[in-house]
Design a protein around this ligand. Sequence first.
Ligand SMILES: *[C@@H]1O[C@H](CO)[C@@H](O)[C@H](O)[C@H]1NC(C)=O
Ligand SMILES: *[C@@H]1O[C@H](CO)[C@@H](O)[C@H](O)[C@H]1NC(C)=O
Ligand SMILES: *[C@@H]1O[C@H](CO)[C@@H](O)[C@H](O)[C@H]1NC(C)=O
Length: 974
Amino acid sequence: MSARQRVKFLVVVAVITSLLDLTNSFQPLFSLAGNTKTHRDITQMAVLRKTAGVCRDIAASEGRDFSLKIDNSLSADKVQRACSSRGTSSFLLSTMFQTSIANMYFSNAEVDVVLALSEKHHFDDETFQGGRDVITAGVSAVKASVKLENFVAGRSTLGRVCHTLQDFYSHSNWVELGNTAPFSALIKPDKPLTKLAGPNTPTCRNCAEGNCANNLLPDLLQQGLLTSGYFNIFSSAKPSGKCSHGGSFDRTSKQDPVGGISKDDVESSHGFLHHKAADLAVNATMELLEDIRVTIGDKNFLRLMGLTQSSVLCFVIDTTGSMSDDIVEAKRVSFGIIDSKRGTQQEPSAYILVPFNDPGVGPLIMTTNADVFKESISKLTASGGGDIPELSLSGLQLALTAAPPSSEIFVFTDAPAKDSQLKNTIIGLIESTKSVVTFMLTDDTARRRRRRSSHGVFRRALTQSDAQLYQDLAQASGGQTIEVTKGELSLATSIIEDSSAGAVVTVFQAVQNPGRPDNFPFTVDGLLKNIIVYITGASSLTFSLNSSQGVTQSSSQSSGPLFSLITVGNLRRLKLNTENQTGLWQISVDSNNPYSVKVIGQSSVNVIYNLLEAHEGAHRDFSLKEGRPLSGGNASLLVSVTGSETVRVTEVTLFDSSGPTEVNASLQSIGNGNYLVTFSGVPPGDFVLLLKGEDISSPSRSTPSSFQRQAATRIKTSSISVTSQTNITNIEPGFSISVPFTVAMTTNGVVNDSAAGTFTVRANNDRGYASTSPNTVTIEAGSGGTANGTVTLTVPANAASGTDVTLTIEAQDAAATDINYTVLRFSVVERVTDVTRPTCHEVSTSANCPSSSSLCASSQWEFIANLTDGISGTGIESISIRQGNGTLNTSTVVGTGGENVTVLTYSAFCCSPNVELVAVDRVGNLGRCVGQVRQSTTAAPVTTAAGGTTSSRGHTLSITPTLWISVAVSVLWK
Ligand SMILES: *[C@@H]1O[C@H](CO)[C@@H](O)[C@H](O)[C@H]1NC(C)=O
Ligand SMILES: *[C@@H]1O[C@H](CO)[C@@H](O)[C@H](O)[C@H]1NC(C)=O
Ligand SMILES: *[C@@H]1O[C@H](CO)[C@@H](O)[C@H](O)[C@H]1NC(C)=O
């Protein structure tokens, strides 16, 4: 197929391919050619540098050292270590920071897929106003999400905004104009965009024999006018005399003036400026991050970046009548974790609580404040719920979409799920988020009918098939199903404490269902601490453990040389003593009932991975894949090793959990611990991902250097393809959106265009918003093997800006044996009409500091300013001191135009001669007040207030009653 035919094919059929193939920006994720900076590189560098800078400022304010050099050699590990206030080399790194950075660059890259043809999202076609609107609306959305502590959604939006901002430097002539600083007006909506080349102003001339170095018109450059390249894959039409983007897919660049000005990579028309543009894009991204940082504060900024050592604590709790003991226990264990970890590295980074009952689910409580969580969980009471099944899956759905990826979620219930129709939606969300779900199922012998389970262990209200649903979900996620009596629950919750230890890694995991005796080898490495083995299964199960040194201990010894054992309900917890015993261990389990084995430990060395969608185009690149990989097709992954610069991945394997199938991957290192992993022809199945590697820093034979980590989440393949072509990312409250989707049957990863059949469709969203969807779609014979449908989703008018909603669209074949899905995440964002920043006017500076700095501690100075968001602004929400050690007092008066005016009175000792105050309005626009002491040689200094107070803060107003009056007057007369 020729390139043009291919383009047409892609656009018309657009099934499992996408427009990324026509990429027209910095390369999204990878540059396998090298020497080119991608959106991923730019975003990562800006995030690392800005995060390190914030940590440096925090360290300075706390009087701590910060020795990390902030340059382009930063890595996530280095920044994470330097930002740790304890700063010890022994502390364990979590993968949260790297995972968050990956979320940002994947959502950044997605703009090239879903918004490939939108000019303004790439600053093509001189759409400067449109592009700036995309950026400023996006920044408002990020701030709205952070306000709701919705950092996951905030990160996705931020990634997308960065794409548009970064493209400006590649697609416009900003660099060619000789600029060496970012174009700040792009993040300041109230600044006019000046010096734009008008619609009739010619901007380019033909490139001379393919050399585009001098194709911008000298007039344009002399006058300093801004332009950007036109881009179109369908038509060569463009306004006369205008520059093109350039490149093989851009048809406008074949038309006079031929050639282009893009700096996307070193091969582009203006490729000689690629690195300049990319460096400036890094600085511009940092400027945008700084704006967000100042608005939301340092603490929230670091949370938004995912800079936290610890995981979230996430409980989904049944609050029906019989659950009071369980609620008491959930409260006890969470209070224990909070109280023992407060102020430490392991303090949970956030708390999520989802109560469910019948008919209610929620409200979801998500907070970074431990006391808010404590209060919320204390308020839970068990009541109601006459009929037995409860809405456990709806509760879990909310938790899965709210928690950061790879969280561990604990569900407490004693009842079957009433909403079992959500099963596949939940599995889709588990696969998409890689979160681990563990069920704490308790037996209520008091209220519910006694039944004997097939395991014969418990008298439980849940039938075996009820429990099976929970087991299936736990298994898909790598979690466990703990079945205990209510009396035993407090012994089983140690599993929650284990998972909140920080830097928890999965070493090995297997489920044997149906059960049969088997041996499970696993490698213990020297970087692994506090190893715990869980075995769940019937009470008749026995096992033995062999260490790498040949020592054996069996389940009949509850304590011994290798482990100490606690058995509660169906759970056995083995705390291992592995000191100096690295190497290959083995667990042998003897049982003919279903069982599971899981080995965890704590280590900085861990692996994060994401499934990719490959795009073969002008450049080979990838985007994040949602949904299951296609049976028989190729599967690509981006794998990143974290926590050490001396470990490398040597082997990545997919194991079929139910059979002998094993698929090996080809590995390509793309630098900094990242690997592009490709599995060719993945057979149909249900896989676990095992990674092996070695630490090249310890080549000594006595300390074996190999390690293994296993992905908790199962990877399942499907022959069904479900894709959505929506370009919508934000929804306004009160509005509906239509989401078109396409279902296709595939063979060996390719659409089978002779397939026919009917598929059951389900569309579910986690917020319970109104939605419509066809119940089925049918692929008609001869229709090319695809069927289309549309889901509509309506956001209620009262939905808060900053909320997010996750929509899952599933298609299942007629035999109900195969299913695939796509997951779409939207932010609810109110349209922002207030784009003006709060303004600040200095009223007075009483500035009589002594010229000798040795006397500065005995004198004070005062700065008074009026701050307003104007008559049509949303109003000032917060004011904080960015610089200066003084005291700030505020009061509100009404200005002459009826606007609210906040009077700022700042006073400080003369030793602190500068002040910078920042004010944020309700939609996140940022204003600044800057004041500086003026040295006086004549006037007497303002002296400190005398009498009795020891604090240097909080009493300054009392000494200046006259000033107050003058301020009031000056405001009234303004
Ligand atoms: C999104 O898609 C719709 C329908 O395909 C199209 O009309 C609209 O222009 C697109 N918007 C953007 C920003 O690409
Ligand atoms: C980016 O900013 C850094 C310092 O903040 C500066 O040293 C560097 O020159 C800037 N890069 C560009 C391309 O302007
Ligand atoms: C493990 O090794 C360290 C140093 O190699 C040694 O100090 C320690 O005693 C050893 N522990 C055991 C249980 O052998």
